[in-house]
Design a protein around this ligand. Structure first.
Ligand SMILES: [Zn+2]
Length: 469
């Protein structure tokens, strides 16, 4: 009797629990903000994982799941983006820019560097660089960068609070540095004043989801040794990145050797201004000893091949730097010396000039350049725990390419396609901090036409002045 009772009790529990289990399954189905459903994911993780027929789930700006659809948990998403047949990768990280210089794009090209600077760029900056115009130029730059798949940029210019505001408003991730020089700039009369502005920026933007601040001494040749040390102390005190131009031209290195008996890198080392917090832009002319120093100090390089080529500065020894153990990232430099802010194009150009220069097609692979444009960029900025690859827990900073263009057909290797065939025009979606900011040729976070028109108006004013040859 007892057995019968026990059996009926068990049956009763089973019967009762059946709908309960189902009900619980519905309750357990997790809800996410966004799902990217299908497609090939190039993750840029430590294993360089490539996931076919993948799924990415995003919650509160972060990647909550990445993997194959087959292994995915039960989920519901507020928005599902169909990414079947598309390529998904981390957003590009532009590690060296002067965003507001979009206003001077093509202003005076094909001129010797000093003439270009002294007769055209500097007078134009003096006349036109004010907070209002900086914001207009920065908005144009951010629109252009988003349209090219960049999800983080590292900037150095004047009135950078305006650049920070433009980035925050348009949903772009940015590292912002007020340019510090020994002579008066449009925003500061002295380096001390520029450092005070930097401190204000750090206080104002502390804890912001998208904007970080750097200390941005322009270069070893535009600051005294004491001023360079003061910048470094500030960066260390506030725990900020130090962003500086280093050894961009042969002339700069020769001048440093003549004046100090040291290359710019040796001088920075002797001043104590190197370390893992330093990102040096250009480094076109490094000696072997310079490379050893940079590697030992854990300082990174922002490689800007198109600017270096256009200004006739030379070609940086990227394979040797990587072999020496230096973190190498990519940057566009300002639009006046490039003349665009398309990071994918930098990677195209950078990869091909090294192959040609070394007469070796195997030197640095598509995958190497993919990492230079993504996770190595994040490392160079000290934000690799937050972004730069598609991994669970990281911020969802992503770009999605369509693969239907003639130049994308057929496809054998997604990695080689991305680096050698695809164009910014193939970009379909850009997502920053989990939020779509670009969809099929349209900015979702601002008025694209208005941004372009504002900049065009400034261009007309500049055109009417003597700065255009
Ligand atoms: Zn620069």
């Amino acid at each position: 009797m007892n057995q019968v009772r026990r059996l009926s009790k068990t049956i009763f529990i089973i019967l009762l629990s059946a709908p309960l289990v189902q009900c619980q399954k519905t309750v357990n189905t997790e809800i996410f903000d966004r799902a990217l459903d299908g497609g090939t994911i190039l993750s840029a993780d430590a294993q360089n994982s490539i996931i076919e027929d993948g799924l990415i789930l995003i919650r509160e700006g972060r990647i909550a799941y990445v993997g194959s659809k087959k292994m995915a948990p039960a989920y519901q998403a507020t928005q599902t983006i169909d990414t079947h047949g598309k390529l998904i990768c981390p957003g590009w990280i532009n590690t060296h820019s002067h965003a507001p210089m979009t206003l001077f794009r093509g202003l005076a090209d094909d001129l010797p560097l000093q003439q270009w600077l002294e007769e055209h760029i500097w007078p134009a900056e003096k006349a036109y660089i004010n907070p209002e115009n900086v914001k207009i130029g920065a908005r144009l730059a951010i629109l252009e960068m988003i349209a090219g798949g960049t999800t983080t940029f590292n900037d150095m210019y004047f009135f950078e609070d305006q650049v920070a505001q433009a980035a925050a408003e348009l949903g772009m991730r940015a590292v912002i540095g007020e340019g510090i020089l020994m002579f008066p700039t449009p925003s500061a009369q002295t380096p001390t004043e520029a450092m005070i502005l930097t401190k204000h920026l750090a206080e104002t933007w502390r804890g912001h989801a998208l904007v970080r601040i750097s200390v941005a001494p322009h270069s070893p040749y535009t600051l005294s040794s004491a001023q360079l040390k003061a910048c470094d102390s500030l960066a260390r005190e506030l725990g900020l990145l130090l962003h500086i131009h280093v050894s961009e031209t042969r002339q700069e290195v020769a001048q440093s050797v003549a004046q100090y008996g040291q290359t710019p890198v040796e001088r920075l080392l002797s001043l104590g201004v190197l370390g893992p917090h330093v990102l040096a832009a250009h480094c076109v002319h490094l000696s072997e000893n310079d490379m050893r120093i940079m590697a030992n100090q854990g300082s990174a390089v922002a490689h800007c091949p198109e600017s270096n080529l256009k200004l006739g500065s030379g070609i940086a020894a990227i394979p040797a730097m990587i072999a020496a153990g230096i973190t190498v990232a990519a940057g566009t430099d300002g639009a006046a010396s490039n003349n665009d802010l398309d990071l994918l194009e930098e990677l195209h150009t950078g990869s091909k000039i090294q192959k040609g220069l070394h007469e070796d097609p195997a030197i640095l692979s598509a995958q190497d350049w993919f990492r230079i444009g993504t996770i190595e960029g994040a490392k160079a900025l000290g934000i690799e725990k937050e972004t730069g690859s598609i991994e669970i827990g990281k911020l969802a900073d992503l770009q999605i390419y369509d693969l239907h263009a003639p130049h994308a057909t057929p496809m054998f290797s997604p990695m080689s396609h991305l680096l050698y065939s695809l164009q910014a025009t193939d970009l379909e979606w850009v997502i920053i901090h989990g939020k779509p900011v670009w969809k099929q040729g349209k900015l979702l976070t601002g008025n694209q036409e208005e941004i372009i028109e504002e900049a065009r108006q400034i261009g007309k004013q500049i055109q009417s002045e003597r700065f255009v040859p």
